[in-house]
Each structure stands twice: as structure tokens, then as C-alpha cells.
Design a protein around this ligand. Structure first.
Ligand code: F6P
Length: 282
């Protein structure tokens, strides 16, 4: 069964969300999402747009959104389950930085081992879409009314960028030593605070490390397995990189007992991931 109708629905959502980002007010709603983040009206609107586009696709059995407490059944006879973060990093919109949507597509169950594809959209100066499916990471840029395919994305053995997330004050000492070690090897700091553009930059510039460790205030990290971590782990592995947790386990082997569970996570090319393993003694 082809996933094309799902990719097409994501493409339609991307245009509608891009339009909402450009034209709508950016006020805060009076509620928080399931993880406790304050919701922007745009978060809610983006969530509704995606749910509406997915409800038209009968192959989609269920959806889980970062903005909703529980998963929702769309078509009981459908096959695929999609977990998505409709507007990741949305608080960056008021300073006009890039944000994104993230989708993990699963065959039959929300388990990392059942992931068959992942997709993300970058709303930046340009609209871009990246799919990881059947062994390749394809990159599209929206130009002159259509998504133009670019070169396939592959990571080099070793990159130049270092994107360390979280508050330094709360990092464990071995994590700080690892981050400092990369800087002393000449790595350059690239961190906007938006997971989508930060990981996209590392992918397009050939490699590097994005890390979000467990910290003294957030021992299990901040980033959500189902909505952020698993989809990007799938992209990085498909591009020839690696994605692990603080124990050196592949992120795509981790269980997920609650849709909003988080994990420390490291995404990068092979050289930098080896450095993480060395620093963490795993
Ligand atoms: O989960 C939301 C998010 O904004 C991610 O997009 C981003 O990588 C992360 O939080 C940034 O967190 P921090 O500011 O703690 O580094």
C-alpha cells in the first residue's frame, strides 16, 4: 500500500499552516497542552488543520497529537497510525524564527519498531518538506507553486556543527565535557531552540551533533518520544547517521508507554555519536 495519499495530506496541511502563520494573530490560548506547554492559538489551529486533512484518508486508523491528551481513532478499518507535533517550536514565531511540523507514520501500532516513514515540514524563509521512507531521505523545496525535489539527504561520517539543548546550569558534568570537547575540536555552535530547523541544518550541512540530555531539573529530558524523538531518529538513521539515548541505546528501540513520554536524545553523524558514547561511558 502506498503512503502517497498521506504525504499529499501533509503537503496540503503544510500550505494551510504556512498561510495561518503568515496571517493569523499569535495570541496565547487559555490552556496548556498535555505536556504543560502554554498553547498558542496557532498550535490549536495547526492541530485542527492536520486532523481535518488526515480524516479524509481512509488508510489512517488513528492519530495522536502533541496538542491532545489521548490518541483518536479516525477510521477503524485503516492501517496506519500517525503521531504528530503540529507546530514545534511555535513560541519562536513571535521573533520570526523558523518552526516546523513533525510526523511519525506507524504500521498498526505506536511503537518505534513499527515506524514506516517520517516527515517534517520547515516553515522558514522558504517552505520545505523532508520525507524518510524506503531507505532514502528526500528533500523538497516549495518554489513556483510546487514542491521541487532536491538531492537526497545523506550524512557524512563527521560534521562541523554542535547544537546542545537544555540549560547548561543543569547539564551533568560529563555532558558538558563532551560538548566542550567538540567545541575544542573546532565545532561551531548552531542552536535556534527549534528542533526542526536545528536538526534540518545539521542534515543539510552534512553532519554534527544535536543533543538534549537528561538534566538535574528534567532527568528524562524534554523532547517527546512519539512526537519529536522517534520521527527524527528515523530520519537520521535513514540518512546514514545515528540516534541514541544516554545509555547508548538506539532511540528506535525504546518503549513508549505514554504518548507524552520524553527521553534524553542525541542525533548525529557517526563520529559525534561515538564521542557521546565515550563521554557517557556506554
Ligand atoms: O519541544 C519544543 C522545543 O522548542 C524544541 O523544538 C526544541 O529543540 C526545544 O524545545 C528547545 O528547548 P531548550 O530551549 O530547553 O533548549
Amino acid at each position: 500500500m502506498t503512503l502517497q495519499p498521506i504525504f499529499d495530506a501533509i503537503e496540503r496541511s503544510a500550505h494551510r499552516i504556512r498561510d495561518a502563520i503568515t496571517n493569523e494573530d499569535l495570541c496565547y490560548a487559555d490552556q496548556c497542552n498535555a505536556t504543560g506547554d502554554t498553547q498558542l492559538k496557532l498550535d490549536i489551529q495547526s492541530d485542527l488543520i492536520i486532523a481535518e486533512e488526515f480524516s479524509k484518508i481512509t488508510a489512517i486508523k488513528a492519530i495522536a497529537s502533541e496538542e491532545k491528551e489521548e490518541a483518536e481513532t479516525l477510521h477503524a478499518e485503516g492501517r496506519y497510525m500517525i503521531a504528530y507535533d503540529p507546530l514545534d517550536g511555535s513560541s519562536l514565531i513571535d521573533v520570526n524564527l523558523s518552526v516546523g511540523s513533525i510526523f511519525g507514520i506507524y504500521d498498526g501500532a505506536f511503537e518505534a519498531s513499527k515506524m514506516v516513514a517520517s516527515v517534517y515540514v520547515v516553515y522558514g524563509p522558504r517552505l520545505e518538506l523532508v520525507t524518510a521512507y524506503k531507505g532514502s531521505v528526500r528533500h523538497f523545496i516549495f518554489r513556483h507553486g510546487r514542491f521541487d525535489e532536491q538531492e537526497t539527504i545523506t550524512l557524512k561520517e563527521k560534521g562541523k556543527l554542535n547544537a546542545p539543548g537544555g540549560t547548561q546550569q543543569h547539564w551533568p558534568a560529563h555532558h558538558k565535557a563532551m560538548v566542550d570537547g567538540l567545541f575544542s575540536e573546532g565545532y561551531r555552535l548552531r542552536y535556534s531552540g527549534g528542533m526542526v530547523p536545528d536538526l534540518h541544518q545539521i542534515l543539510l550541512k552534512g553532519g554534527g551533533l544535536f543533543s538534549y540530555p537528561g538534566t538535574t531539573d528534567k532527568p528524562e529530558g524534554k523532547l517527546r518520544k512519539l512526537f519529536e524523538v522517534f520521527p527524527f531518529a528515523f530520519v537520521y538513521e535513514t540518512a546514514g547517521g545515528e540516534a541514541i539515548n544516554h545509555e547508548g541505546r538506539r532511540l528506535l528501540e525504546l518503549p513508549c508507554n505514554d504518548p507524552h513520554e520524553t527521553t534524553p536524545c542525541f542525533f548525529g553523524s557517526k563520529y559525534e555519536i561515538a564521542k557521546v558514547k565515550e563521554a557517557y561511558g556506554v
